[in-house]
Design a protein around this ligand. Sequence first.
Ligand SMILES: *Cc1c(COP(=O)(O)O)cnc(C)c1O
Length: 383
Amino acid sequence: MSDKIWLSSPHMGGNELKYIHEAFDANWIAPLGPNVNGFEKDLKIFLDADVKVAALSAGTAALHLALIECGVGYGDEVICQSMTFSASANPIAYQGALPIFIDSEKETWNMCPIALKEAIKDRLAKGKKPKAIIVVHLYGMPAKMDEILTIAQEYDIPVIEDAAEALGSTYKGKSCGTFGRFGVLSFNGNKIITTSGGGALVCHTQQDKDKAVFLSTQARDQAAHYQHSHIGYNYRMSNISAGIGRGQMEVLSSRVQARRAMHDFYVELFRGIDGVTVFTEPSGDFYSNHWLSAITIDPSLAGKTRQDLHLAFLEDDIESRPLWKPMHMQPIFAESPYYGDKVAETLFDNGLCLPSGSNLTDQDRERIRNVVREQFVEIGIDK
Ligand SMILES: *Cc1c(COP(=O)(O)O)cnc(C)c1O
């Protein structure tokens, strides 16, 4: 019996333990220290932009702090891409605010600018101006940032970019996570690089970063005793986790190349199979890290459903997963308004994420290839 093939599993570079040992040697076993500072600097250099980075305990924490810094409070409304992981939307609820969900467009699967504009106009007509816009770069694919930023500027609403899946992706040559007022990164175990668990808030001013650090370390006022004039959080990244992050930063570029090579592998594998489309950049403006490779299957053309393929993979202990179930379809967000049509719903019905890890071997790819061939040979598409 061969090993399980995962969708996306941690892939260490080799130097992570070196940084952890340094932390032990200096007794920096705390949510601050040289690795935290070093990791923040590495991220800034990689993003190649005039930004200030705050390393935090999770991407979800970064989203929460971004909303707080945008002034989102009880009873406010926040616009959010519907097709995403629940962590994009949950922090809106932490603040007692209402998420307003937006459909995807077909090219990048991210926030549809047309539906976004419709939503803003309608919320304004109903008497409330949305406090922020959360746009996601799903599976590493950059959203249509020019269109979205133009609308956000027109209505003067800050953009929070959920780039949790898009470290290493660029739009028109500029790093995802650096476009909005805030950018959010994640280093959870399944992301392109990991700190076992962690995240970062990308800011554009020292003031915004200082506020994030202040809030993430229990909001202690300047005083010898413990004095508080704000509600604080315990959201800072530990110096141990940051040590893993520093090691991972040394190999991030090669991880992006490996994930993109997996995407190319799938393009080749599904070439000539009617009804199967591999999720690919719409133009040269978009450069995806292809964190997860994904396909959509049109059953009427392919003669198979995404569930058929999912089960066939399962049979051989290969993990695959339907695309994120849109937030406007989730029971917990049943009360939230939704703007758009059925693009996200259709993607959810027909989409499948495929094994995409940077650590997959030729043998793994052979197993994946065999399952796909068996599935599609059966119905007469021999290639
Ligand atoms: C992973 C992820 C998050 C949350 O990041 P954590 O570090 O796991 O808290 C948020 N948004 C998206 C789109 C994600 O994929």
